[in-house]
Design a protein around this ligand. Structure first.
Ligand SMILES: Cc1cc2nc3c(=O)[nH]c(=O)nc-3n(C[C@H](O)[C@H](O)[C@H](O)COP(=O)(O)OP(=O)(O)OC[C@H]3O[C@@H](n4cnc5c(N)ncnc54)[C@H](O)[C@@H]3O)c2cc1C
Length: 292
């Protein structure tokens, strides 16, 4: 059942300053609308209680992919299509490009934004695990100024974020420290395309022969928030890849994640798939080590 449209108000600010002024003047009254691909689904289902929207789509200040020596900065309004076609992102952040290419279909990829995917705060979203594994940082702006926060820790609970109603997410920063890392990203869903994840896994690792020098692992759809698995990383870092280590890593991951049964999958399936993906990731590292 579609919502009654005349109940809703949409304003298009001409600049970031104008948008921030409105968000500050009537705090909590206005909600940003970017690509609208999450919000419009709720509108169609009449599940959009908030009535006032700020159309931020035209704010150029939130667009563009900027490449600096030490980082890549992605505007919050960057679409999945733009992510996939950026040469630096393709070569240095392939997991983010893969997540973008496996998100929805072409229409969603042309309209859905990275900022919207983050602030929508779904634990099943596909780009957050890649962003967590890449140690992303977020820029949040309000009339009070700019805040930079690590993406890890931004999700404080189910659909809860460290963002105030008068703030906009403006940019996502990725440190360019991926050159010697091995990247592993898998989305497991009902179909190859147009499916929400049952489990989503992102891992990067730096190897020194068979020893894991550095490792970062994040999963989606296995907890109330996109989850960076720090304890599992600690159990694996500095160790040589061998069968006992696979078992140690899997046991730690099983303790760290908290999958549930819902309409998309079961707790048991999600747990099994998560452990299988960790094993596959570690085996892929061992194959790389063997080639050297
Ligand atoms: C058919 C379909 C398939 C989909 N498939 C996938 C999929 O495979 N994987 C996946 O992860 N998602 C999927 N989605 C969900 C959606 O497309 C993504 O989450 C998308 O990135 C949302 O971006 P948006 O710009 O459209 O967000 P919007 O709908 O405009 O906004 C989403 C939320 O973010 C807030 N917001 C947006 N931008 C900002 C900002 N800059 N600052 C502060 N708040 C902001 C809004 O207020 C709102 O709460 C799908 C959706 C549809 C309809």
């Amino acid at each position: 059942m579609r919502a009654y449209l005349p109940d809703y108000q949409l304003i298009t600010p001409r600049s970031l300053a104008e948008a921030l002024a409105l968000l500050a003047r009537e705090k909590g009254v206005w909600k940003p609308l970017a690509g609208g691909t999450d919000l419009m689904v709720l509108l169609e289902a009449d599940q959009l209680p908030q009535k006032n929207y700020l159309n931020i789509w035209d704010l150029n200040e939130l667009r563009g992919i900027e490449v600096r020596e030490d980082r890549v900065t992605i505007g919050a309004l960057t679409t999945y299509t733009e992510i996939q076609t950026n040469p630096v992102l393709r070569s240095e952040f392939p997991m983010l490009c893969q997540a973008a290419s496996e998100t929805g279909g072409l229409a969603i990829q042309n309209r859905g934004t990275l900022g919207g995917n983050i602030v929508n705060a779904s634990p099943a979203a596909d780009s957050p695990p890649a962003l967590l594994a890449y140690n992303a940082e977020l820029e949040l702006v309000s009339l009070n100024g700019l805040r930079r926060v690590p993406y890890q820790g931004f999700h404080t609970g189910y659909k809860q974020l460290n963002i105030s109603p008068d703030e906009l997410l403006t940019r996502i920063r990725l440190p360019r420290k991926t050159k010697d890392l091995r990247h592993y990203y898998r989305k497991v869903g009902t179909r190859k395309a147009q499916a929400i994840s049952k489990v989503c896994f992102a891992g990067v690792a730096g190897m020194d022969n068979k020893e894991i020098k550095d490792i970062r692992i994040a999963l989606g759809s296995v907890a109330p928030i996109p989850l960076r698995c720090l304890k599992t990383e600690d159990a694996l870092r500095g160790q040589r890849i061998a069968q006992p280590l696979l078992e140690i890593g899997k046991a730690e991951l099983a303790r760290e994640i908290a999958p549930i049964t819902d309409i998309r999958s079961t707790k048991d399936y999600r747990l099994r798939v998560s452990l299988n993906l960790l094993e596959d990731f570690l085996m892929s590292l061992s194959a790389v080590a063997a080639e050297r």
